[in-house]
Write a new protein. Structure first.
Length: 340
């Protein structure tokens, strides 16, 4: 029998899609989530997609007793660690909360894994660890210079994982630096459902398309980019999910991997808006405004490591990202509270 994989934060946007990807590969999954930023109704959607067997445990990664009980109950083949707070602005206002949840929580999880002799982990990191890049595309060897508390928590966790592997080479560790996940499951059953005002571009666009917001505010139109708006590397969440499966497979033997997950192509805000409108036949009104402090002109990935070390490449283009995101939003106008 195949041993299960533990997914922390598995009811979130990326975690839920990764649970589907693992289920499609015949991999049993146990999801651990405290539901602080996600809905338990995700589990119903996973069941409809045939993502089973999926077992759910409501607990916090900072709860050592709960983790020890979980590792005593199951023998895990490894852990995919998503659980963490991720809003940059919120991290500036509440740095201690982010340190406690993201850094202390990760250390607590690693200690529980070590006690249970489970030493295989895929860690959810972020391109924010690069800060304002000197050159694009950004290779994994670029200088690390996180410019906000959220990014620094990811960097601290990366440092802890590197130190752990140096001290104990029995650990298999994959640090995956995501760029900008967008899109949704093609069924329309799973997607991004942010609480309050979206921090990310795509859910804001879909809410404007739905009429829930009057227009999109574009921050900065005078960057040194082809059309003056910021350029980012957008990656379909389904591709990101298969990247985690590839990383798990690459850790069949203990090693330390640090890998960007992106498309390697920069897309401007205007290009994203125009593509969404064209693909879905829905105009997106927008207003141009001043830059936001801390935003960078361009950020996209160098992707050779993912191809070489994981044998992974993204399959879905920008048009598919826009189509899937709009299908999700239009079918689920109240997010996961929309009746099935």
């Amino acid at each position: 029998m195949t041993l299960p994989i533990l997914i922390t934060g598995g009811t979130g946007f990326i975690g839920s899609h990764t649970a589907v990807a693992l289920a499609e590969a015949g991999q049993p999954v146990v999801i651990l989530d405290n539901l602080c930023n996600s809905s338990p109704k995700v589990l119903e959607r996973l069941a409809k997609l045939g993502a089973s067997p999926v077992t759910f445990v409501q607990a916090d990664i900072r709860d050592s007793a709960a983790l020890d009980a979980l590792f005593a109950r199951y023998t895990f083949a490894g852990v995919i660690h998503f659980a963490g707070l991720k809003a940059v602005g919120e991290s500036v206002a509440q740095p201690l909360r982010y340190l406690d949840n993201n850094v202390s929580g990760t250390i607590n999880l690693l200690q529980a894994m070590d006690r249970a002799n489970v030493r295989r982990i895929v860690f959810s990191s972020s391109a924010t660890v690069y800060g304002d890049p000197v050159h694009v595309p950004i290779p994994e060897t670029a200088t690390l210079n996180a410019t906000n508390p959220y990014g620094r928590t990811k960097l601290m966790c990366e440092d802890a994982l590197r130190a752990l592997h140096t001290a104990d080479p029995r650990w298999g560790i994959a640090v995956l630096r995501y760029f900008n996940p967008v899109g949704a499951h093609e069924s329309g059953l799973l997607g991004e459902a942010p609480n309050g005002v979206p921090n990310n571009l795509m859910p804001y666009i879909t809410q404007v398309a739905l009429g829930q917001r009057e227009y999109l505010q574009i921050f900065g139109a005078d960057y040194d980019t082809p059309d003056g708006t910021g350029v980012r590397d957008y990656l379909h969440v389904r591709d990101l999910a298969t990247g985690h499966l590839a990383a798990l497979r690459a850790l069949d033997e203990p090693k330390l991997l640090t890998i960007n997950l992106g498309t390697g192509r920069g897309v401007s805000v205007k290009e994203m808006v125009d593509t969404f409108a064209r693909v879905n036949g829905v105009p997106i009104p927008y207003k141009l405004g001043p830059r936001r402090p801390g935003d960078v002109a361009a950020c996209f990935a160098h992707t050779q490591q993912a191809k070489t070390l994981l044998d992974w490449e993204p399959r879905f283009d920008l048009a598919r990202m826009c189509a899937d995101a709009w299908r999700w939003q239009s079918m689920n106008q109240q997010g996961f509270d929309t009746p099935l």
